[in-house]
Design a protein around this ligand. Structure first.
Ligand code: SAH
Length: 217
């Protein structure tokens, strides 16, 4: 495995050319994206493309999202470092690593066991100790540890899965792509005084969220 400092320049360039000019401002998000070795989360043949601003395949017909969308979603969670965070769709584990850098504890759920195992192995090797993993249908959330201060869904849903919404803490933020199978809108839900306030953060395209409260297989 390459040294963690390899590709540092490529990461700095990614931050400078794809994130800053497009309005990503949160210094903690920019720092984390400049630190996490994204090239280790893609297939070896695609390492040279890891820091370009597009999604890449990670096996099992799934993709690692493009850096800008990852930054946008992470920034929208308004993380301060104290949060208990739920992630649905571990995939490669790249977003998980960012959350582990930026929050207290990450609970991550992935329905494809082999992806979860690969991500867990890599994140363990990278030294992350504040992540709990589960291979399960994440449209049900992860009830045992609710409520969560921040929730991120990294697959496209036909509607906001109600079990996930119910696991959001007072004052918490949920980011979820909602739409049809070809395009979605990034929705942020903020819970204030028991009410859910919704904002649309713009268009995006994700692979399907498959499960009881998502798309059928
Ligand atoms: N955040 C990931 C992107 C993953 S792509 C990364 O940084 O690499 C979306 C992931 O969501 C896929 O791995 C897919 O298997 C997973 N997924 C889809 N439906 C799911 C569900 N119901 N529960 C958990 N994971 C799900």
């Amino acid at each position: 495995m390459s040294d963690i400092n390899d590709f540092r320049l490529a990461r700095e360039k990614m931050v400078r050319t794809h994130l800053l000019p497009r309005g990503i401002k949160d210094p903690r998000v920019l720092e984390a994206m400049g630190k996490v070795p994204r090239h280790l989360f893609v297939e070896e043949a695609l390492i040279g493309e890891a820091y370009n601003d597009h999604p890449l395949p990670i096996g099992n017909k799934q993709t690692i999202s493009q850096p800008y969308i990852v930054a946008l979603m992470t920034e929208a969670l308004e993380l301060t470092g104290t949060e208990k965070t739920l992630e649905i769709g571990t995939g490669s584990g790249y977003q998980t690593a960012l959350l582990a850098e930026l929050t207290r504890t990450v609970f991550t759920v992935e329905r494809i066991k082999s992806l979860m195992v690969n991500a867990r192995d890599l994140l363990n090797k990278l030294g992350y100790k504040n992540i709990l993993y589960k291979a399960f249908d994440g449209t049900l959330g992860w009830k045992q540890y609710q409520p969560y201060d921040a929730i991120i869904v990294t697959a496209g849903a036909p509607k906001i899965p109600q079990p996930i919404l119910q696991q959001l803490a007072e004052g918490g933020r949920l980011i979820v792509p909602v739409g049809n199978r070809y395009s979605q809108e990034l929705i942020r839900v903020t819970r204030r005084k028991g009410r859910n306030i919704q904002q649309n953060l713009g268009g995006c395209r994700f692979v399907d969220l498959v499960g009881l409260h998502g798309w059928k297989e």
